[in-house]
Ligand binder design. Structure first.
Ligand SMILES: [Zn+2]
Length: 510
């Protein structure tokens, strides 16, 4: 090799090597940045991504200076965050509702959830997994001032999205454990109702507890597609302004069906023990699960009923029972002879995700499958209510039926013409639900425009069944005082309903 060539090679290879090192460092920076963004989005802090994601990026850079720091700090929390990615991307950061849903979900629900995840989310999750592995194995930034770097790394981590994630996980789980303890203890307690007067007006009371039904998609509340034809015309009182206590079944219902003022719970003083104390026969029919499976919170109330039947039994593949299966059970309950008044509660699956699994047939057949099935579940619930009202009419006895939904949903789709409605707690529509009464002595279709909180449902209920107690005011929907400062349980705290954002309904183009 001549002298000139040798000089070239001597310069070329080292500079290639330097370029490669610079490129690798550059790649390391890019991957660490991508990892911090994905981790922040994946644990549900998209709206503050610049600040909390930025701190995470700096923390990841500083803490990479030592291998053991990465494996001790970043690995365990990052791994949990990676596993949480799909839930976080769709439902946001952890709150008591998400913790309850994750812990009380059965196998069938997990399968339904995994099938409903859009392909985009799976791809992002894979990219997260790849960048996370690369970071753990390859990324290492060296610094001179080791102690300063370590302290800076810890401070940045403290302000990062992952630290927020850990504290939200902790608070939510703590709340959830408190709630479960209160509910479990209540099963063995007896209520201390002090009954002043008990004079039920009707022979049969029916309470239908709906699921995930937003008021604004109901034609009875003005939606342009005829999603609830029976409720839109039947004589009854429709409350326009009823707000659920919270945004998830397991958090909302124990605060609706028992005394609660917010975070507190008094599960033993509930609708069933009140009706029992008023000498009514109480029957609970449910298409949702029983203790240990899906809906612990509600079963702790149901357990006090003199008769209860749960349709969700057997293994997860056979128990996707339709709400229609409740109808023969309802007929039997109605036919049982009883001298006093009866309370029959029906807890339906209603419009629970995934909507297409809830129905026999998609009756709308829109291109927007999610919305089409969602509206079909409305139609199904409408038909079920209609059938029950007809059964009640056929008895020729006096009756009253109340229907409400446990919470609403919000749309997370960013594609126009494609809806993806999920549980959430940031929008008004997560709480705006129907409250409807139909009775043998109500002959007009009335819309009552008034904001009423489901935290007052116990008062409404005691008035409905004609009971006065020392513990509760007994007021109907007309008598309840106007309250402009209604609060709802959003995440782990009580917030003013009017401070929430709007999530307008999507109207399908046919
Ligand atoms: Zn629910």
């Amino acid at each position: 090799m001549c002298q000139k060539h040798y000089a070239y090679v001597r310069i070329f290879f080292p500079s290639l090597f330097v370029c490669l090192i610079i490129f690798m460092k550059y790649l390391d920076v890019v991957i660490t940045l991508l990892l911090s963004l994905l981790l922040t989005i994946g644990v549900g802090y998209e709206d503050t991504i610049i600040s909390v994601g930025g701190y995470l990026f700096l923390a990841l850079i500083f803490l990479s200076s030592k291998q053991w720091l990465k494996w001790l700090f970043i690995f365990p929390i990052g791994l949990i965050a990676t596993l949480y990615f799909q839930t976080g991307y769709i439902y946001g950061h952890p709150n008591i509702g998400i913790v309850a849903s994750l812990l009380e979900t059965n196998k069938r629900e997990i399968i339904e959830f995994l099938f409903a995840i859009p392909i985009k989310v799976w791809i992002l999750n894979l990219i997260l997994l790849a960048t996370f592995s690369y970071y753990l194995i390859r990324v290492e930034f060296e610094f001179k001032w080791r102690k300063v770097v370590f302290v800076s790394g810890c401070i940045c981590f403290y302000f990062s999205s992952l630290s927020l994630f850990v504290s939200h996980c902790y608070n939510s789980t703590e709340h959830y454990i408190k709630q479960i303890d209160a509910l479990k203890n209540s099963i063995h307690q007896s209520a201390n109702w002090h009954i002043l007067k008990a004079k039920p007006r009707y022979k049969t009371y029916v309470l239908i507890i709906g699921e995930s039904m937003r008021k604004d998609y109901m034609s009875s509340y003005g939606y342009p597609i005829n999603s609830t034809p029976f409720l839109a015309t039947t004589p009854g009182i429709l409350v326009n302004g009823y707000l659920s206590t919270a945004s998830h079944t397991a958090v909302s219902l124990p605060r609706t069906l028992a005394i609660s003022h917010g975070l507190d719970l008094h599960p033993v003083n509930n609708i069933i023990t009140l009706a029992n104390a008023a000498k009514m026969k109480t029957i609970w029919l449910s298409n949702q699960g029983f203790i240990g499976q899906y809906d612990t919170a509600v079963s702790a109330i149901a357990v006090h009923a003199s008769e209860k039947k749960f349709l969700k039994k057997g293994n997860f593949l056979t128990n996707n029972t339709s709400d229609y299966a409740l109808l023969p059970l309802f007929k039997q309950a109605l036919a049982q002879p009883y001298n006093g008044s009866k309370l029959i509660v029906l807890h339906i699956m209603g419009s629970h995700e995934n909507f297409c699994d809830r129905i026999k047939k998609d009756i709308y057949n829109f291109k927007d499958k999610d919305l089409s099935c969602y509206l079909s579940t409305y139609n199904q619930t409408d038909t079920i209510i209609k059938t029950i009202v007809n059964d009640l009419k056929a008895t020729q006895d006096s009756y009253s039926l109340m229907y409400f939904s446990d919470h609403g949903l919000n749309n997370v789709s960013t594609i126009k013409g494609k809806t993806q409605l999920v549980h959430g707690d940031l929008y008004k529509q997560n709480y705006e639900v129907p409250l409807i009464e139909i009775a043998s002595d109500i002959h007009q279709h009335t819309m009552l425009n008034k904001q009423i909180s489901a935290f007052d449902f116990m008062s409404i209920f005691s008035n409905w069944i004609g009971v006065k107690t020392a513990q509760l005011p007994s007021l109907n929907v007309y008598q309840l005082p106007q309250n402009k400062k209604i609060q709802v349980l959003s995440g782990n705290q009580m917030v003013l309903f009017k401070s929430l954002k709007n999530d307008p309904d999507e109207i399908i183009q046919r």
